[in-house]
Design a protein around this ligand. Structure first.
Ligand code: DX5
Ligand code: ZN
Length: 220
């Protein structure tokens, strides 16, 4: 089953509980939370404190995307805050395997990802230890950016690797996903679709999510 993961980066934080309830009512599958530290990426967002607050208002799995330097230092705190999935950027740590191990030791599903310009080579030696591979289809740092079309080839390549290893890891795509391109991303092999501005920037979240689901049904 294909999954939708609204990114709260584009939600209205003055009424975050209401925003989350709205996408939950619209049948979202995950809540995607973008963690940025002003070092790994230029932007600063939220920390474990907000993840813990989100945990209290929803039962949906929390899909936490770390765009921070030295992620190992914060993995226990994000796990304790209630994350269900923690994804780390390969470029953010000299010890990707250790970070993945730490995530799992904390009872959380482990994801790995890379920037659009980073080659997929790193996957080969980590693929059997992860629960999710995320393909970034924009440069990490901001919501509302334009989808990078070359990402589709990357999704196809990851799909191939996962299939050849008989891996059951989920393949997620994040950045610039909207009704107009979600079908192509699905066709390329993605299972989980992160979408921030296209959902939270729309007038009717239910309608937008329904339109995305229709695309997923028609193009797969
Ligand atoms: C970008 C983040 C994304 C972002 C997606 O660094 O990882 O999760 O919120 O937002 P949209 O869907 O607006 O590109
Ligand atoms: Zn993200």
């Amino acid at each position: 089953m294909k999954k939708l993961a609204p990114s709260i980066l584009s939600a209205d934080f003055t009424c975050l509980a209401k925003e989350i309830k709205a996408v939950e009512d619209a049948k979202a599958d995950y809540i995607h939370i973008d963690i940025m530290d002003g070092h790994f990426v230029p932007n600063i967002t939220v920390g474990p404190f907000i993840v813990e607050a989100v945990r209290r208002v929803t039962r949906l799995p929390l899909d936490v995307h770390l765009m921070i330097e030295r992620p190992e230092q914060y993995i226990p705190a994000f796990a304790k805050a209630g994350s269900d999935i923690i994804t780390v950027q390969v470029e953010s740590t000299p010890h990707l395997h250790r970070a993945v191990q730490m995530i799992r030791e904390n009872g959380v599903r482990a994801g790995v990802t890379c920037k659009p310009s980073t080659p997929l080579d790193f996957l080969e030696h980590i693929i059997d230890d992860v629960d999710l591979v995320l393909v970034m289809s924009v440069n990490p740092g901001f919501g509302g950016q334009e989808f990078i079309p070359a990402s589709l080839e990357k999704v196809k390549a990851v799909r191939k690797i996962l299939d050849s290893r008989h891996s059951s890891a989920e393949l997620e795509i994040d950045g610039g996903i909207k009704v107009g391109n979600i079908g192509a991303a699905s066709k390329a092999g993605a299972d989980v679709f992160v979408s921030g501005s296209a959902i939270f920037g729309s007038d009717d979240y239910k309608k937008t999510i329904r339109a995305m689901r229709r695309e997923l049904r028609e193009k797969h």
